[in-house]
Design a protein around this ligand. Structure first.
Ligand SMILES: Cc1cc2nc3c(=O)[nH]c(=O)nc-3n(C[C@H](O)[C@H](O)[C@H](O)COP(=O)(O)O)c2cc1C
Length: 172
């Protein structure tokens, strides 16, 4: 078993990419998460909500804003029991209003991160890592938060060299 786990959330459907709203068959963060797994041999865990967000980009931004304002913890289709098998946990997600989608916190809040290293990865359209590291410090109890990686969603297909560099630097 790998000693690195990539926990990720990624939304398919309409998204803002390259200056326009486009429909994506695979979410940007999923592409990045799969690259990380391919490069490092990490295991993957996808955070999936019971409720589906609107495929319409604007409606989805409104739903996400309401969840952020309510500090919601959307129900997930599956949970992780523990992180015992892993040393490093990469938490990858899209930037939604400056932080991870609230569903990511539904999962993180239930886990014990004692003695683990947690690395933030965020895809975005301008905000970079935004509040990602701060959010992991708050929600990953007991973890050491390491250097993050921000990738513009519209550039994920070309991001492999950047991901490789970051993985090497962090000994993943
Ligand atoms: C609900 C919502 C909120 C977003 N908020 C931001 C934001 O605050 N800053 C930003 O740079 N991009 C924002 N975006 C763009 C996404 O972060 C970006 O397209 C990301 O790559 C999507 O990843 P995914 O395809 O894995 O879901 C937002 C997108 C959505 C759907």
């Amino acid at each position: 078993m790998a000693d690195t786990l990539v926990i990720y959330y990624s939304r398919k459907g309409e998204n803002y990419a390259g200056g326009a709203v486009r429909s994506l068959a695979k979410g940007n963060t999923e592409i990045v998460a799969e690259y990380i797994a391919e490069i490092t041999g990490a295991d993957l865990f996808e955070v999936e909500t019971v409720k589906t967000y609107s495929a319409d980009y604007t409606k989805c931004t409104e739903e996400a804003k309401a969840e952020l304002q309510a500090d919601a913890r959307p129900e997930l289709k599956a949970y992780l029991d523990n992180l015992d098998a892993y040393e490093n946990i990469v938490v990858a997600g899209p930037c939604w209003w400056g932080t991870y989608p609230m569903a990511v916190f539904t999962l993180l809040d239930r886990l014990d991160f004692d003695c683990k290293t947690v690395l933030p990865v965020m895809t975005h359209e301008g905000s970079g890592l935004a509040e990602a590291a701060k959010a992991l410090k708050k929600h990953c109890h007991g973890a050491m938060v390491g250097p993050g990686l921000a990738i513009r969603g519209s550039e994920v297909e070309q991001a492999k060299p950047q991901i490789e560099r970051w993985a090497r630097q962090n000994r993943l």
